[in-house]
Design a protein around this ligand. Structure first.
Ligand code: RI2
Length: 320
């Protein structure tokens, strides 16, 4: 798919979910590298950098997106000819896509071990990593039941309940504000992540922090299912994750909003859950307490501190 087409689909959320947008960006860079007709290595590099910047600019919060682009674009580093650069970008894009799929499978395997026979699980939004854990537990023969929230305003809960239904898992569909009413019926909360910061805070769909806070008050464990490429390297040098604020029309129809001149609609797409409300983060490298986030950034993302100052300058204004 062309870069601009992929960028549009990510922006409009036709392609959504932190893992999916990362893979779609890698695919777009691969296809672009195959298609681009550059006169020399420098022109090729500049063209690829423009494409990378366009993809990274689509959605500011899910760090999987710049991490995937960074991984693919690192292929340009040592290449001496256009051909070498092309081959390297394509190879790295394929590597990212395959390892991302593999990571989601591994998380399902590890996460399912934390689900007991008879557990009632609550999930918020639509996370393939979180759903993978539940589906794997069900596949292993554990009797589970799920509470899935609606997820206003984009209703990702509808996708979640379809997936759970198709897997044959008993599911209760509730509005977002009903979480506290049902939390005492729940044994475990499992959600995904768009970003994990160095201090173990998890950035995920708006409402996640309310869910986690409610769970903590009720002594219900909270597990976050997150691939290592959702950890945010630049938070090591103090950068904050930008919370995407989406168009007000997603919350209140423009025709109604027009009649309410004193009302401002706010539509942040994500919120931050502090580490204290999270019991475990399940990654493809194993399950860690949130306080160990730095180890994942250092060991598995392969970023050197020096790189933080130069790489992704196209994304450098993302801190708030
Ligand atoms: P996976 C989604 O963001 C949700 O916040 C979800 O929890 C997170 O990405 C991770 O999803 P959005 O694109 O990568 O719906 O686990 O705004 O599928």
């Amino acid at each position: 798919m062309f870069v601009t087409e992929t960028a549009e689909k990510i922006k409009s959320m036709e392609i959504r979910g932190a893992g999916r947008i990362a893979r779609a960006a890698a695919e777009a860079l691969r296809d672009h590298a195959l298609a681009v007709k550059a006169q020399n290595n420098t022109a090729f590099r500049q063209d690829m950098e423009r494409a990378a910047a366009e993809l990274v600019a689509t959605r500011p919060t899910a760090v999987s997106l710049p991490n995937a682009v960074h991984f693919v674009m690192a292929g340009l580093g040592a290449a001496k000819t256009t051909e070498e650069a092309q081959v390297s970008v394509i190879r790295r894009a394929e590597e990212f896509i395959n390892s991302s799929r593999h990571a989601v499978e591994k998380i399902a395997e590890f996460g399912a071990r934390h689900i007991r026979d008879g557990d009632v699980i609550l999930t918020h939004c639509n996370s393939e990593a979180a759903l993978g854990c539940m589906i794997e537990a069900h596949r292993q023969g554990k009797e589970i039941e799920v509470f899935a929230t609606e997820v206003r305003p984009r209703n990702q809960g509808h996708i979640t309940i379809r997936t759970l239904n198709d897997a044959g898992i008993r599911t209760n569909f509730i509005v977002d504000s009903a979480v506290r009413s049902f939390i005492n019926d729940v044994d475990l909360v499992i959600v995904g992540a768009d970003a994990v910061t160095v201090n173990g805070a998890v950035v995920n769909k708006i409402g996640t922090s309310q869910v986690a806070h409610t769970a903590s008050e009720a002594r219900v464990n909270v597990i976050v299912a997150a691939e290592t490429y959702k950890f945010a390297p630049r938070t090591v040098v103090g950068e904050l994750i930008q919370i995407e604020e989406r168009p007000p029309g997603e919350v209140l129809a423009d025709e109604i909003a027009k009649t309410l001149p004193h009302v401002t609609v706010r539509n942040p797409a994500f919120d931050v859950t502090p580490a204290e409300f999270i019991d475990l983060i399940v990654t493809e490298q194993g399950a860690i307490p949130p306080q160990m986030a730095y180890v994942i950034i250092r060991e598995y993302l392969g970023w050197e501190i020096g790189e933080f100052h130069t790489a992704f300058d196209m994304n450098a204004n993302n801190g708030e």
